[in-house]
Write a protein that binds this ligand. Sequence first.
Ligand code: F6P
Length: 341
Amino acid sequence: MSIGILTSGGDCPGLNAVIRGAVLKGTQIYNQEFVGFRGGWRGVVEGDVMPLERKDIQGISKQGGTILGTSRTNPFEGDGGADRVRDNMARLGVDSLIAIGGEGTLAAAKRLTDAGIKIVGVPKTVDNDLSATDYTFGFDTAVQIATDAMDRLRTTGDSHGRCMVAEVMGRHVGWIALHSGMAAGAHVILIPEQKTSLDQICAWVQSVKDRGRAPLVVVAEGFHLDSMDDPHSERGLDAFGRPRLGGIGEILAPIIEERTGLETRATTLGHIQRGGTPSSYDRVLATRYGMAAVDSVMHQRWGRMVSLSGTTITHVAFEDALGKLNTVPQARYDEAAILFG
Ligand code: F6P
């Protein structure tokens, strides 16, 4: 019997390092065999597999994306369901699954585990929004990409004396905005956890302008003004029925320009933050997660997710890992806000 690995949900840098860590430790230490399910839960529901031997994972920890492909497929929709998954696994000789994904992936994994399917989870999301782990892999790389982009925005903003608005990812939480904004010396950081008024935003921008500097405003896609009920969304819903976000920077820029008289440009970083080479931190974390996930399979810790506590890899039950977001604490925002304006 082999162990099946899948990567599900939005991709992020480090997925391949998890796969490599799991396969290397599993083959070398436990003499286990692996298969990869293509395209996340879609591959599990359709029985679409690819070989995962040592030769298949050589040198991949530095590659972005995932060699297995991913999707936002919900395994309980359409032809899916626990029986279908169980039948496919039995037919393919797969005894257990390592599911690498975020909140949606792990929620599906919990439902399947409750139905008796043997699954361990690995936490992934650039947003760093899972509360049961100190860090998810992919976050560090996204912050570095966003910081590099903001450093560039600042030189063009400085040259023209413009206000630059940089929109970053962060559906429910503002970790990418907070860290990249702080690293780049942003004058305003707007995050989903902190509703803010236009008056306040423009007052910060105005004070930067008055000092003769070119303001940098960082905004997370999930931010909403105190006058808005929900985050800005203009592109419908995703497969899990969640609004597709993006575009709040373009909404804010003309308003800031009109109110402050300062020419303002918006840039949405979007999926650039999820692409390309993982940072060394993410490669190490992802490799350790992959190896720990195999340990969990061997110890039959079904329904548990590997997690990071300080610098130690540990594991938590799916039910404790789900449903509670890792939001930016008030103290962390207040600390950053001292430098606004
Ligand atoms: O969940 C991670 C994330 O990058 C969010 O920050 C963003 O809202 C979403 O995925 C984008 O999803 P998609 O790649 O499906 O457009």
